[in-house]
Design a binder for this molecule. Structure first.
Ligand code: NAD
Length: 440
């Protein structure tokens, strides 16, 4: 479904009129393409309150390919190292560093603040570091023009390399106002890929719900990054599934994921094992609770949550997912904020968040597998095209980008989680929502 309003505000007359009326002014977001893979401008590297990183950030920033500078007139990206901020006085240095430059950041530019994990033993450090979270979320809301603002908490620049590379490219166009924790090197295996252009070369990825929408975009993106993709969807979608699998040089696995033995079926189809498991299949059956029959409740909980738990448990136990494997599940901002008519859906998606937080540390310790989730906001798909017009318009505009995201925005985020270099990214729930006002 085309966003006509976004097209209109892209014209001179549209910009003039919407600005006079005080209406949202979305700008087309810069997205990744092979011909335009980077942000196309300098990266400004700033520090506030000293750095607490264990290793040099500058080298990692240089490897992104952007020209790293200490001063830039029109930076495409700003990285502020605030890991050493330990008290309120040092927070003033954050203001001093960014105040003079925020206005000059290019449209669709990036501001990434690096922070440290708040210290439970030091309430002054914890206050200052938590302060960065409020700072980043507010700056995201006021930045406009497709700029994104993110906080990455880490003690190691090297462990955060895959995260910085994701955030400092057009691949993260619809990710803003997020707080991402990357544990220090040593906590997990962080393997730099042989090629950052095709980091998933030699890996096998299974995507559920891959016949269309977000799942199809995920399969396309993982294939672009070098993975051999297995596309799973209900037998009724077999024709589309086979077509997509053929186009991507992958294979189709028609299967209802709610089947009791779905895990066994997947394990049987992948005797050589699986490196990347993407739980994407999902359904909505909206009704207010007072009007919701038990079947509608049960079908949503079954597809969106119970089958995810069952197949994950089976594939870990069977050893199909081995060391270095990645699991990414799909939550939703409805699972964070709740939504009218979606008690079943929000319960299932909040359940995904619970699953990720609980399983992540154990899956890493026991199996060497990371477990993360994306929580999409309003994404332009068949699912959201079916939403009534006024609610659809509100969903599109009520975020810092004033527009809906595209399936590829979710896919790029999943590809970052799936990267072999993302071993220190575990237990994270990252919203791909343009910093939606809901649940932010
Ligand atoms: N579109 C959005 O704005 C949005 C927002 C938040 C979360 N999500 C989540 O993202 C995921 C993908 O959403 P989408 O918009 O692409 O939806 P979609 O309806 O376009 O695609 C979902 C796919 O899952 C498949 N599927 C459903 N039940 C299945 C089952 N039992 N076994 C196997 N496959 C099954 C469907 O056949 C379909 O191809 C879902 O989990 C959804 O809840 C979407």
């Amino acid at each position: 479904m085309a966003d006509r309003y976004l097209n209109f505000t892209g014209t001179g007359a549209g910009r003039f009129l919407t600005s006079r009326l005080g209406l949202p002014q979305p700008v087309p977001l810069k997205r990744y393409s092979d011909s335009k893979p980077d942000l196309g401008g300098p990266l400004l590297h700033l520090t506030a309150g000293g750095s607490a990183l264990a290793d040099p950030l500058e080298e990692v920033l240089r490897r992104t390919g952007l020209p790293v500078q200490a001063e830039a007139e029109r930076p495409a990206a700003v990285v502020l190292d605030a890991t050493g901020v330990r008290d309120v006085a040092a927070l003033a240095e954050v203001h001093a560093a960014l105040h003079p430059v925020v206005r000059s950041v290019a449209a669709s530019g990036r501001i990434v603040v690096l922070g440290s994990v708040p210290d439970p033993e030091d309430h002054h450090q914890a206050a200052a570091q938590q302060g960065l979270e409020g700072f980043v979320r507010s700056l995201g809301k006021e930045s406009g023009r497709g700029r994104t603002v993110t906080l990455v908490r880490t003690g190691s620049a090297a462990a955060a390399e895959s995260t910085l590379r994701f955030l400092l490219t057009p691949k993260s166009a619809y990710v803003s106002g997020q707080v991402i924790e990357v544990s220090g090197a040593g906590a997990a295996e962080v393997t730099a890929p042989a090629s950052w252009a095709r980091p998933l070369e030699g890996r096998t990825a299974l995507v559920t719900g891959a016949a269309r929408g977000i799942g199809l975009a995920v399969a396309e993106t993982l294939a672009r990054d070098g993975a051999k993709v297995v596309l799973l969807d209900v037998p009724g979608a077999q024709a589309d599934l086979v077509k997509a699998a053929d186009r991507l040089g992958g294979s189709a696995l028609p299967l209802d994921i709610t089947a009791e033995d779905a895990g066994e079926h997947i394990a049987g189809a992948l005797p050589e094992g699986l490196d990347i498991l993407i739980h994407n299949a999902g359904i909505t059956r909206d009704r207010k609770l007072a009007n919701m029959p038990a079947e509608r409740w049960a079908s949503v909980l079954e597809v969106n949550l119970a089958s995810v738990l069952r197949t994950t448990d089976h594939l870990l136990k069977a050893g199909t997912l081995g060391r270095g494997a990645r699991i990414v599940a799909t939550a939703s901002i409805a699972g964070v904020a709740g939504n009218v008519g979606q008690t079943n859906y929000a319960a299932s998606k909040a359940g995904i968040i619970g699953l990720v937080r609980s399983l992540a540390p154990r899956a890493l310790a026991e199996h060497g597998v990371t477990v993360n989730a994306v929580a999409p906001g309003f994404i332009e798909t068949k699912m959201t095209a079916a939403v009534p017009l006024m609610i659809r318009e509100a969903g599109r505009r009520m975020n810092s980008m004033a527009q809906g995201g595209l399936p590829v925005d979710v896919a790029e985020t999943i590809a970052w989680f799936a990267n072999p270099a993302s071993g220190a990214v575990n237990g994270q729930v990252v919203r791909v929502c343009g910093q939606s006002l809901l649940g932010a």
